[in-house]
Design a binder for this molecule. Structure first.
Ligand code: GRF
Length: 203
């Protein structure tokens, strides 16, 4: 399977995927990495691995729609089976979501539907939950509302601060992403209502 990965930052999730895809048995390759800003660690890691990269900044376009259209075209040019948002901090528009409907996944650092948005671990800690975690889901037009593919939980410890909790979540999140993307790539999938079914038959 062909993966296109979108990043805005350090790209530790991307690096975990790059590591996994070195084994041909994994069943997927990262064919391109895109970012919404210059200078990301994710793009640097991809370049170091010899993988094509692209940057599409919202500010480079007269409107959000035109950015969305350009991003859609860049991603589509690499003919992905699956597009992965790995810390991509932009909401894609209608064109992108339609083009990659059912093929665009995002990893979020809380147990959704709790704590959507960009301050998930902080919000979870402030709320006082005792289980935190990460959610892998198919992106829809809402914010962190799409069909859930997998979740992993980690404990919140009494002496956690945002940093320690965030790091514990990220370790579990990376492992989940690698495992689940591999399963999708090897087995195929389809979405029925709010459930993801692995395999290619629709019976
Ligand atoms: C992940 O924890 C993701 O859930 C959050 O940002 C982080 C991305 O980390 N939205 P990285 O860039 O893959 O290291």
């Amino acid at each position: 399977a062909r993966l296109v990965v979108l990043v805005s930052g350090g790209g530790s999730n991307l690096s975990a995927l790059l590591e996994a895809t070195r084994d041909p048995v994994y069943g997927a390759q990262v064919v391109a990495v895109g970012a919404d800003r210059e200078g990301t660690g994710g793009v640097a890691a991809a370049q170091a691995a010899g993988i094509p990269t692209f940057v599409e900044r919202v500010g480079a376009y007269p409107s959000r729609e035109e950015w969305d259209s350009a991003l859609t075209a860049q991603v589509a040019a690499h003919e992905p089976d699956l597009v992965i948002s790995a810390g991509f901090l932009k909401l894609c528009g209608r064109q992108f979501l339609e083009r990659f409907d059912g093929r665009y996944v995002n990893t979020h650092n809380t147990l959704l539907p709790a704590f959507p948005g960009i301050h998930g671990p902080r919000d979870a800690l402030e709320y006082g939950v005792k289980l935190a975690g990460a959610t892998l889901f198919f992106v829809d037009a809402g914010i962190d509302t799409g069909v859930i593919l997998a979740q992993v939980a980690v404990p919140v410890l009494d002496d956690d601060d945002v940093e320690t909790l965030t790091e514990r979540i990220k370790v579990a999140e990376r492992a989940q992403l690698v495992e689940q993307v591999g399963r999708l790539a090897r087995e195929g999938w389809h979405i029925e209502g709010r459930r993801v079914r692995l395999g290619t038959d629709t019976a």
